[in-house]
Write a protein that binds this ligand. Structure first.
Ligand code: CA2
Length: 151
């Protein structure tokens, strides 16, 4: 059976603040801009996007479980949970959907605690430090990965 033509976009804790603070780190685009860019990039490739931002780990995990029903892959910026959450990793590996890990900032040029990711060895795609354009890059790479998987 062919995979559904839908991606889930997840943004984790504090990413609702995009565009309001720390423009020197995260730029000036808002979360709405990120969701629009991601949806447009996906639409150009024939995919629709379901988007959720949550400050709650459990809500993100529930959304990952739900994605198993009708999504072909997940684009996720887990925010600070990247560096702390075994549970998020378990959810992502548990649903067996390919996912792209996105970070707006270059985490490797920041504090040491941001250098570790619980997801980096299980992500199909990683885009780090490309600003919000990284979401578009992630969509393109993830769709290519899904296409390669299906063929
Ligand atoms: O660079 C990224 O995208 C991060 O995933 C963002 C997380 C951070 O904990 C990661 O280390 C790297 C933080 C998201 C907070 O976003 C804000 C946006 C604007 C103002 C304040 C926070």
């Amino acid at each position: 059976m062919s995979a559904p033509l839908r991606l889930m976009l997840l943004n984790g804790p504090n990413l609702n603040l995009l565009g309001t603070r720390e423009p020197e780190v995260y730029g000036t685009a808002t979360l709405a801009d990120v969701e629009q860019l991601t949806a447009q990039t996906a639409a150009d490739l024939g995919y629709e996007v379901r988007a959720l931002q949550s400050n709650h780990e459990g809500a993100l995990i529930d959304a990952i479980h739900a994605a198993r029903e009708d999504c072909a892959g997940i684009v996720i910026n887990p925010g600070g949970l990247t560096h702390t959450s075994v549970a998020l990793r378990d959810a992502l590996t548990g649903v067996s959907l390919p996912f792209a890990e996105v970070h707006i900032s270059d985490v490797y040029a920041r504090e040491k605690f941001r250098h570790f990711s619980y997801l980096d060895d299980v992500a199909a795609v990683r885009v780090v430090g490309r600003g919000v354009d990284g979401y578009a890059e992630a969509v393109r790479a993830l769709v290519a990965f899904i296409g390669d998987q299906d063929s």
